[in-house]
Design a protein around this ligand. Structure first.
Ligand SMILES: [Zn+2]
Ligand SMILES: [Zn+2]
Ligand SMILES: [Zn+2]
Ligand SMILES: [Zn+2]
Ligand SMILES: [Zn+2]
Length: 331
């Protein structure tokens, strides 16, 4: 149903009528596409698959943060449309992604590590412990104090003390600087680990291709097709674990420290270590001598990873049920 396009006309036209009115088949197609679009968009229990080049929509039983699998194979969160992001919840992931996209973090770093020359306003980076700054602008070369930004000349004499001079102001400035530096370091800790898994996941196709080569190689070492399938499974587990680990950093960033957050971080560390080991095993060269033992080791390791991943997720879900998690809302 559409409303008539003429100015101030409120007549609604139903779809069969529209179809008979439209002659051009191209316009007909477009109209049908539009109806489907608005159907999916108005329906709370349907969502377009976010995978590139996929034109399917997925249906859910209820509207919430939950994984749905599209016909194309893409698994995404029904609540927000992102890649399935257990254990972090939609709300916090959204906040995290926005924070990562925001380049104000970079300006935080600049604020913490640089100042402007009080005369010519060129940006100056501090690279030593000395507060005696000389502007790098050859035309300026003014000398000033890093702490109070006042001229350097009087600092040398006994009657001038930049800490006493405007004591409150300079203390406030220093505290603010310390705080922003600490907040930035904390953020970078989580961001770097998050991005590391993000980048590894993007290499997934490359890894799958190299594993396919490896599987062919092993079949030349007297192993059957069935016997080498464990490698495919190992890659699958590896990628699943990386995806989970990636989102654990978005979860942990907003978490307030308590006894349960410590258990969570232990679980996270355990999973990190075993995933790196599994990843290392998969890069190993396979010869007829080590084929059998490699298979055993890879199998043991991916089963262990699966188990550690389950322990981590179960603990977080238990925490959701029992309210273990306290958040820092102001980050
Ligand atoms: Zn009309
Ligand atoms: Zn899809
Ligand atoms: Zn979500
Ligand atoms: Zn200057
Ligand atoms: Zn000073």
């Amino acid at each position: 149903t559409i409303s008539c396009a003429a100015h101030k006309c409120n007549v609604l036209v139903n779809d069969p009528t529209v179809m008979t009115l439209i002659v051009d088949p191209k316009v007909k197609m477009k109209y049908q596409h539009l109806i489907t679009n608005s159907f999916v968009e108005c329906n709370r229990l349907m969502r377009w698959c976010p995978a590139p080049n996929c034109s399917y929509a997925a249906k859910a039983q209820y509207f919430d943060c939950q994984p749905v699998k599209c016909i194309c194979g893409h698994v995404f969160c029904f609540g927000c449309g992102e890649l399935w992001h257990d254990p972090v919840r939609c709300k916090w992931l959204k906040k995290w992604i926005k924070k990562c996209d925001d380049d104000s973090e970079t300006s935080n770093w600049i604020a913490a590590n640089t100042k402007e020359c009080p005369k010519c306003h060129v940006t100056i980076e501090k690279n030593g412990g000395c507060n005696h700054m000389i502007c790098k602008n050859q035309a300026c070369r003014s000398e000033f104090c890093w702490v109070c930004l006042g001229p350097w000349e009087p600092h040398g004499s006994s009657w001038y003390n930049c800490n006493r001079f405007n004591e409150d102001d300079s203390k406030k400035a220093r505290d603010a600087q310390e705080k922003s530096r600490h907040a930035l370091q904390r953020y970078l800790h989580y961001y770097n680990r998050y991005m590391n898994h993000h980048q590894s996941l993007r290499m997934e196709q490359k890894l799958t291709a190299s594993i396919r080569d490896k599987m062919e190689e092993m079949q030349q070492h007297n192993m059957s097709w069935i016997e080498v399938q464990f490698l495919r499974k190992a890659v699958e587990v590896l990628c699943q674990c990386r995806q989970t680990l990636m989102y654990t950093y978005a979860f942990a960033f907003y978490l307030r420290k308590n006894n349960h957050s410590i258990i969570f971080e232990d679980n996270q560390a355990d999973l990190e270590i075993s995933v790196e080991k599994l990843s290392g095993y998969l890069e190993r060269d396979i010869t007829s001598d080590n084929a059998a033992i490699t298979k055993q080791e890879v199998q043991d390791k991916y089963r262990y990873c699966e188990q550690r991943r389950k322990v981590l997720l179960d603990h977080v879900h238990e925490g959701y049920d029992k309210d273990y998690w306290e958040y820092q809302d102001d980050l």
